[in-house]
Design a protein around this ligand. Structure first.
Ligand SMILES: C[S@@+](CC[C@H](N)C(=O)[O-])C[C@H]1O[C@@H](n2cnc3c(N)ncnc32)[C@H](O)[C@@H]1O
Length: 354
């Protein structure tokens, strides 16, 4: 798995394999990209947005990471307080407590991970994984933005798979931002339906259900490395409706049909020890820059894209069975319905008449 950041709270790495049959090789737009693990592994090209200015700095200048042969706990303590700490973040995030990404005006502000004997871990050598991630970053050549998601014009999502993974309403995960307006967010989701080729949305199960989105799968969430008992769910909007099945389930191995059961973990403190007060960093919006960035993106294109026929030849060997969305009329009730088809006999009846 390619990782632009070795760890990140709320990373969607567990969903990469599940989404590959549907969306590998498609252009993506991630509105809350964080570590951007979905685009890193699946997208043909990507617009990556996150309001956090340091995420922007890291993802837009990924070639500027400093990754020495050996990075020790001594380096960790020394580098995290330097003004350019973000250039060591590939090493820092590899050694930090539970993938938390937190900083203040004094630098990167996360305690170091400890081994079983209570000693700080390290030294680490992450040159190989960084080199792999850097090669992929160059291939992806993402457009990276640091804006409030709602400032991105809907047109940017045209012909793209839109990934929505906001801070979940009511959950405990902390990012370097707060004051998220959930009412405005759900209006934004509604508007996006008219533009994006598909929408992949993540949220707490109860939040998706409250908005009549069929959860296709669920997973128990972790906060600071520990299961907090809350459930994350995924929904997919395609061709005018929220999908009710993945469509590939008939031939999926049994263990992948249901959300995997969380392993029992000893109860510990959920939050990393506070090292210092976190001062929010003021985000500079980039409206001026947006115009020139838009010229890199084909927002005017009106071509229709069929999921059966990828418009761009994937650069890397595909290791999944391609699935396609079928729209058919139900034999019994004569209503139109859609489902993801990948193997065997095509369906002739909708979910209600099956
Ligand atoms: C759940 S995390 C995303 C994780 C990401 N999908 C991954 O795989 O690493 C949510 C992200 O939303 C960002 N965020 C919070 N409010 C935002 C806003 N108003 N606009 C854009 N990004 C925002 C946070 O900085 C955080 O990185």
């Amino acid at each position: 798995m390619i990782k632009f950041l070795p760890s990140y709270v709320g990373s969607k790495k567990q969903w990469v394999e599940r989404l590959a049959p549907l969306f590998k090789g498609e252009p993506f737009i991630e509105y809350f990209c964080g570590s951007a693990v979905l685009s890193a592994n699946l997208a043909s090209n990507a617009i990556l947005n996150d309001i956090d200015p340091f995420i922007h700095m890291i993802l837009s200048r990924f070639e500027d990471q400093i990754v020495p042969e050996s990075f020790s706990s001594h380096d960790y303590y020394a580098k995290r307080g330097e003004p350019d700490w973000w250039r060591y973040v590939y090493c820092l995030q590899r050694m930090s407590f539970s993938g938390v990404f937190r900083y203040s005006k004094n630098g990167y502000n996360v305690p170091i991970k400890k081994s079983k004997d209570g000693e700080p871990i390290g030294p680490v050598d992450v040159r190989e994984e960084y080199a792999e991630a850097l090669a992929r970053w160059k291939e992806l050549n993402p457009v990276v933005l640091a804006m409030n998601y709602s400032c991105l014009p809907y047109e940017m999502a045209q012909n793209r798979v839109a990934i929505l993974d906001p801070p979940y309403g009511g959950s405990k995960a902390a990012y370097n931002v707060s004051d998220f307006k959930y009412g405005a967010y759900w209006n934004f989701v509604d508007g996006l339906k008219n533009y994006a080729k598909a929408i992949v949305i993540f949220d707490r199960l109860s939040n998706l259900e409250q908005h009549d989105i069929t959860p296709l799968d669920t997973r128990t969430m972790r906060v600071a490395g520990h299961y907090d008992g809350d459930t994350e769910a995924i929904g997919i909007y395609f061709a005018g409706s929220w999908l009710s099945t993945w469509g590939t389930e008939e031939k999926e191995p049994k263990k992948r049909r249901k959300a995997s059961k969380p392993k029992k973990e000893p109860a510990k403190t959920a939050e990393p020890p506070e090292e210092e007060a976190v001062e929010p960093v003021v985000v500079k919006h980039e409206k001026g820059r947006l115009k020139s960035l838009l010229s890199r993106i084909d927002v005017a294109s009106s071509e229709t894209i069929d999921l059966d026929e990828p418009t761009e030849k994937p650069k890397r060997k595909l290791t999944y069975k391609p699935a396609s969305l079928k729209e058919v009329t139900c034999k019994k009730c004569q209503k139109n319905f859609s489902y993801m088809y990948s193997f065997g006999k095509p369906r002739s009846k909708c979910d209600e008449c099956k």
